[in-house]
Design a protein around this ligand. Structure first.
Ligand SMILES: Nc1ncnc2c1ncn2[C@@H]1O[C@H](COP(=O)(O)OP(=O)(O)OP(=O)(O)O)[C@@H](O)[C@H]1O
Length: 246
């Protein structure tokens, strides 16, 4: 795992998101340094996806600020954030089923090209990067869950992000495919990517993340190394205990 720099890439300052009477995220602050991998953890409804939505621009926080490379992006639209270098993947993958794998990735690389041939050429490099080269011309609907997660990563990478928000890349994937996905994320990180991952698998978190934040009911209740988080009494009570009893 390469070391992160001290330079903050992302700063979330006292961000809150209120839906009607429900406080989904409350006064959340976090700093992310360039080169870091941060894990966001917490039980269902903790506010993890809402946090991603605020960072990626799908939601504008009710209060608080979001800075990317020191620039206030709190109210910037998702496409502006994408061009600025923020990309995301979704827990439930959403490919265009009838389009081929490479065509799906072209949707991402189009941001950077006017020529279709160039768009396709660059898209193919990301298809290869995620190990789907042999499936490049296959319709996305033919892919397995693990392959769809790879396609999702290729689509996001094609926008050339500096920050990738990755929602449960190992979720729903069979156990034996997880190590290869972890290795892929490590490779992308090795190429200079900064990541926030929503992840439940403690082993994956330990292998990937420099740091973890644990949320519950919209609030950050613990922050530290994966080992510190795994040993935190509130976390054990709320989460690991729950998983152990599942
Ligand atoms: N658009 C919305 N409108 C109303 N309530 C919402 C909306 N989005 C999320 N919520 C609520 O906000 C709270 C936090 O949800 P969020 O999806 O961020 O949690 P999460 O930690 O990602 O959970 P999960 O692990 O189940 O995905 C939940 O109570 C959820 O029902």
């Amino acid at each position: 795992m390469s070391s992160p720099s001290q330079q903050p890439l992302l700063q979330v300052e006292q961000a809150s998101m209120v839906f009607g009477g429900l406080v989904a995220v409350k006064d959340l602050s976090l700093d992310l340094r360039a080169g870091e991998i941060l894990a966001l953890m917490g039980p269902n409804g903790a506010g993890k996806t809402t946090t991603f939505n605020m960072i990626a621009g799908a939601l504008i926080p009710t209060s608080g600020r979001i800075l990317f490379e020191g620039r206030d992006i709190t109210r910037m639209k998702p496409d502006g954030r994408c061009r600025a270098g923020v990309a995301r993947t979704f827990q439930i993958t959403q490919p265009f089923h009838e389009l081929s794998v490479v065509e799906n990735v072209m949707v991402g690389s189009m941001v950077h090209h006017t020529s279709l041939a160039e768009t396709r050429k660059e898209a193919l490099t990301y298809v290869e990067m995620v190990g789907l080269g042999a499936k490049a011309e296959a319709p996305a609907k033919q892919l397995s869950t693990g392959q769809r997660k790879r396609l999702e990563l290729a689509r996001a990478m094609a926008t050339r992000p500096r920050l990738l928000l990755m929602d449960e890349v190992t979720g729903g994937v069979d156990q034996k495919s997880i190590p290869d996905l972890v290795a892929l994320v490590q490779r992308l990180h090795g190429e200079g990517l900064t990541l926030i991952i929503i992840e439940h698998n403690m082993r994956v978190i330990s292998e990937l993340a420099h740091r973890a934040i644990f949320m519950n009911r919209g609030e950050k209740i613990a922050e530290g190394t994966p080992a510190e988080i795994a040993a935190h009494p509130d976390v054990v009570e709320l989460y690991l205990g729950e998983a152990a009893h599942a």
